[in-house]
Design a protein around this ligand. Sequence first.
Ligand code: ARG
Length: 464
Amino acid sequence: MKGKPWSGRFSQETEKLVERFTSSVDVDARLYLEDIEASKAHARMLGRRGILGEAEVEAILGGLDAIRQDIESGSFVFDPGLEDVHMNIEVELTRRIGEAGKKLHTARSRNDQVVTDLRLYTRKALERIASGLESFMDAVLDKAAEHVDTIIPGMTHLQHAQPVSLAHHLLAYFEMALRDRERVSQVMERVNVMPLGSAALAGTPHGIDRLSTAYDLGFTAVARNSIDAVSDRDFALEATFLCAVIMMHLSRLAEEIVIWNSQPFSFVELPDAYCTGSSIMPQKKNPDVAELVRGKTGTVYGDLVALLTMMKGLPLAYNRDMQEDKGPLFRSLDTTCACLDVMAGLVRGMEPNGPGIERSLKEGFITATDLADYLASRGMPFRDAHRVTGEIVSHCLRTSKVFSDLTLEDLKAFSPLFEPGVFEVIDPRVSVDRRTSMGGTARPNVRAALDEARAILEGIRRGA
Ligand code: ARG
């Protein structure tokens, strides 16, 4: 084992059990790139300020680049006895370049180092989430564009409510993803603040220049208070919350896909490539991808609660509890990226099943509101129209009929206001096209909404 950098004060070796218990390198090794980038920027700044000599800076930069190559080629062996990725890299640097390596930690503590690395990592991960969201939105828009004319029963309480364009329904998910995309940018602003230079908690007597390090690392701001800088994990919480909300949105879509794909509904056919079979029931084709997205949502919620709980009792400033921030954050980001990718594919591959949807449109008295509106437009107070239509529904249920089975004669028995034109309003397509209010499902509205959504997405992609 290579010696621990903090061993000076200690006279006993660390108990093996404790070494394993306190080590986090199996989780945080993935921060190696950010750790090296931040160390290089720190060394360059120390050089600019005359704290390190030119040759020392060169040795540090070269040594760190070589370590990076070894990590990427797989030849670097992380030692759990050196706790974390930060100490592994620093100890190895010193082993390779000698004295200069030991000077890298001047004006720095692992407390500001770890959170700087984590912010750099989160920044990149949020960029991946943003592009995953954009691809998902793209898939939703392409599918919606194909199905403006596909009319499905819109639901409330999972009961047939009013007919809507499938495109309109899908565009609801576009709106959710768009809010998520906006949230990424908002969270990004708070992620992109540099703690480095706060040292352990109080700052440092060395004549450092934090602004230039921040500029070098692409941070847009420098943390103002050194104690807050090393204690704050709001950015990790916000990133995890962002993931939780995205997952909640994806999970609702996943749930709809599972329901739509079930035999009683038969609204959609899913691509074989996104389904799995049963080991015993040969007829089965299961919507496992959607189910897993729904299931994984729970783990991301768990991660958010884990982080909130970890933070709530911590006195200022750094406490080792905070080492536990990485698992939940990494898992949430990984899970969310993966779910965005598979859901985009699932949306692209799913196809509405015409006969299943048609059957359902006929069954559920889905145009009952239109029937009541018809009577209301002919002078009957809406409350009466509502009651009369309810009586017609009840009559149909008793006699096993649907609206389109009724004759004008039948209808006139409920109200003399019915005329032949009534048969038009109970057509689901007519019902959809009558909903012309702003944000409503009339097909011309939906086409305009699609164009607008497309323009918004293109604007985001151009960075507008
Ligand atoms: N691995 C630690 C973490 O992730 C690094 C910070 C250690 N600092 C300390 N004072 N022990 O939080």
